[in-house]
Design a protein around this ligand. Sequence first.
Ligand code: ADP
Ligand code: MG
Length: 605
Amino acid sequence: MPIQVLSDDLASRIAAGEVIERPASVVKELVENSLDAGSTRIDVTVMGGGARSISVVDNGQGIPAGELSTAFERFATSKIDESSDLIAIGTLGFRGEALPSISSVARVEAVSRHAESNAGARYLIDFGKLGKVEPAGAPQGTRIEVAGLFQNVPARLKFLGSAGRELSRIQSMLSSLALLDPGVAFSLTADGRERLRTIGSGKLIDAVSGVYGAKVVEQMIEIDEDQLAPFSVDGLVSSPSLNRSNRNYITISVNGRWIQSRRLSYAIEQAYYGFMPERRFPIAVARIKTPLDDVDANVHPAKAEVRFLREDLVYSVVQRAVRGVLSASAPVHELGAGRAAGSIGLLRTPGRTSTSEDFRSLGSGVSPNQRGNENFNQWAEPSTLVEQTRFSDPSTSDLQISQTSQTPKETLPVLRVVGQARETYIVAEGPDGIYLVDQHAVHERIMFEKVKQKFNDNASESQPLLEPVTVDLAPGAMSVVHEHLDELNRVGWGVEEFGANSLIIRSVPASLSTHASGDGAGRVFVGVLDELSEGGSGESWREHMLATIACHSSVRAGQVLSTEECKDLIRQLEKAEHPNTCPHGRPTIVQITVNDLEREFKRRK
Ligand code: ADP
Ligand code: MG
């Protein structure tokens, strides 16, 4: 075929594919237009997962009748003009592509009345075929109805999921927009059933309640940063006991624009390091503010990603802010609190009496042997309980949320040691009940803080090995060693290169020496390297490294402890800065409250 210019019709259908991939993209573009128009109410209605029909009704400033047909032309926009530099963009839309794209692959009816006009207008476009603008009665604002999406693009139709799947994408996307714009009252109705409603009070907490349910709100902690700083973040993050099995509950915006960013999501996850079990994820809404010209919003067809001029700075602002509020409020785990994390206890399940079977399961289902292998992943296994869906459903939400009572400052109750159970747990009593303490987790926490303190003071001690050991490294690991050599030395490792892919360990961090013999030292070192090569930058890998060393410096499950040793561990734990979790985020201590006991033994109702 000779080279030829495509017809407008074909060109716009191809372009539509970039912006409009599925029903959720239609909803996103239309709702963003409504937001740009200053709406305070946006009602979305869909049928058949959006493939049948989508309608978005807003009360924004509306489109003047004389501009209604222009709005559907390619690259027609009121948001930027020739003088704009495409750098500091304050609106959600700016390319003038959404309406023409949508109307080239669907039947669209637009009805709008502009704020300064007392008559409305209607415009119909039938799969790219333009109609005429006609007068129509309408309230102020805009209503756009989209039907038969992709009927003329079979290839795209074929890639749509089931109606349910597409609806869940719409709901998830709209939830994010609703969370990030609490001043706007959103609703979503699908096939006649309301799926989402926020009240538009302007308070983030109300939006979170609308999206995730009122129960969740009780466990959200506010991040409230200095909004005057050029880079800042505010929002709400869940207390560590409230967590989920995937990161879909992390919602991030930059200067009001919802974005998807693996990196910033990771910044938030990392802030929970040591507070939350591994492979569990928080609920979070983080609204980042940067100078407008620090962000390029024009890098992604659906505007879902942005580019930062100083991404590292943004990363650390976010991580520090979240870390800050978490450190200030890490609670003691109450029995049952771990349920959402797939761990323990059914004592609190309503309408069910616990049996001795339940009591046996208190041990979190991990046998001492498995513990001995340091197989902490056990802990992170998803709960058998159905994960709460992202959306509030009053009938299920109660069950899923842990019932930890939050203490404002992380302190340990005064404990009296009763003894050791299963060679794994220290049993103690305290002011409000009975406490079970995981001996390994506790020792890990204590060692972690010691090792970290020494590291920070530059006072780590090193212990020479009687017989140096050789370790073979994974491909690429040598460069990790080189990169982090200073810090490895600083924590007490003395290593020497020995050929291309192996090295000799001559000395180890002193805390390790009594627990790791020659081969053990090699294994710990390889573990540390794994942490280093996985583990990003800055604070977080250092914490991982110190946690690995602490782990291997600690008593194991299955080790018999005398009462004196138990007491000594508890005394040291009392002095720890964050006594309630081990450095990997597992609880060190769980509580059976006096209330629980009285209820279980039917001493009272
Ligand atoms: P963009 O949002 O990039 O400007 P669109 O194709 O999405 O491009 O919209 C084109 C124009 O139509 C917008 O610039 C705006 O002026 C107008 N418009 C679209 N939707 C609305 C709405 N809901 N309310 C008011 N004006 C709208
Ligand atoms: Mg737009």
